[in-house]
Write a protein of this length. Structure first.
Length: 276
């Protein structure tokens, strides 16, 4: 509980700093409720913290009913913290007056902050809750719904701040989006590998000995030929991908190799370690 609170605290502080020290002074907006709050703050001259809190309240209620009490309380704590700190930091002044630098570093800082909030069971934006609910009743994915909202919001920045700032906002949003992903999954991306080969034991043994990874042999059958084939399955880190390819090429150049990303690995004996 304490570690969750610290994570939410640090995440909220980073979001507030990214907004007030980089994005807002340079008329660069973020997506979702945060972007709407920035535009409203500019139009009505009211501190952004007030809009962040008030506009997110309805979604907090929805989140409490649909997702759960822990999520709602974590989100309330994060949003309240961001609202207060953003108001306090409003008078400090920008860290840079270059809109491009502000977009890059503001996007990174906000992205890390949002990622920490999500990792600790909360959310910093109500549009995510709406997207989850709409996803259950529409053919669109959560990501597509959030993207639709944000394209509309970021496009609105062009009418308020000018189209150059709208394009800077797109840069900040993209950088923030990728930074959130890195914060959630880490730099050492995990990947799954499938190898269809007649030399499955040789390749499997090499993966075990040279990469230190566990291997599972699966029984497969070619749909076209009807022949039985062995499939080697394993999970590796991104840093081990090149080594894995060299092992397969060395043992069976004609083997079929497929590699795909994995969002999370739990259980088993998978551990992150250095490549030998």
């Amino acid at each position: 509980m304490v570690s969750r609170g610290i994570g939410l605290l640090v995440g909220g502080a980073l979001v507030a700093a990214g907004l007030e020290d980089f994005l807002i002074p340079n008329h660069v907006i973020d997506g979702g409720i945060t972007g709407i709050s920035i535009i409203c703050s500019h139009l009505f001259g009211i501190p952004i913290g007030a809009f962040l809190f008030v506009l997110n309240l309805p979604f907090l209620f929805i989140g409490y009913r649909q997702v759960g009490k822990t999520f709602a309380l974590s989100t309330l704590f994060a949003i309240t913290l961001i609202s207060i700190l953003a108001t306090v930091m409003g008078g400090i002044g920008p860290a840079t007056k270059d809109p491009l630098l502000a977009s890059v570093f503001g996007g990174i800082i906000v992205g890390i902050g949002v990622g920490l909030i999500i990792r600790n069971g909360g959310s910093s934006d109500g549009t995510e809750v709406v997207a989850v609910l709409l996803n259950e009743k529409t053919p669109w994915s959560v990501g597509e719904i959030v993207m639709f909202f944000n394209v509309f919001i970021l496009g609105s920045a062009g009418f308020v701040f000018g189209w150059n700032h709208a394009m800077y906002s797109l840069i900040a949003y993209f950088i923030g989006f990728k930074t959130i992903d890195i914060t959630l999954t880490g730099f050492e991306e995990t990947k799954s590998i499938w190898v269809i080969t007649d030399r499955h034991e040789e390749i499997g043994e090499a993966i075990i000995q040279r990469l230190g990874r566990g291997v599972t042999y699966l029984n497969g059958q070619g749909a076209f030929t009807g022949e039985s084939r062995q499939v080697v399955f394993s999970v590796i880190s991104r840093l081990e991908e090149a080594k894995l390819k060299s092992i397969v090429e060395e043992k069976d150049p004609s083997a079929f190799l497929a590699i795909g990303p994995i969002a999370e690995v739990r259980g088993g004996r998978f551990k992150k370690h250095s490549v030998h």
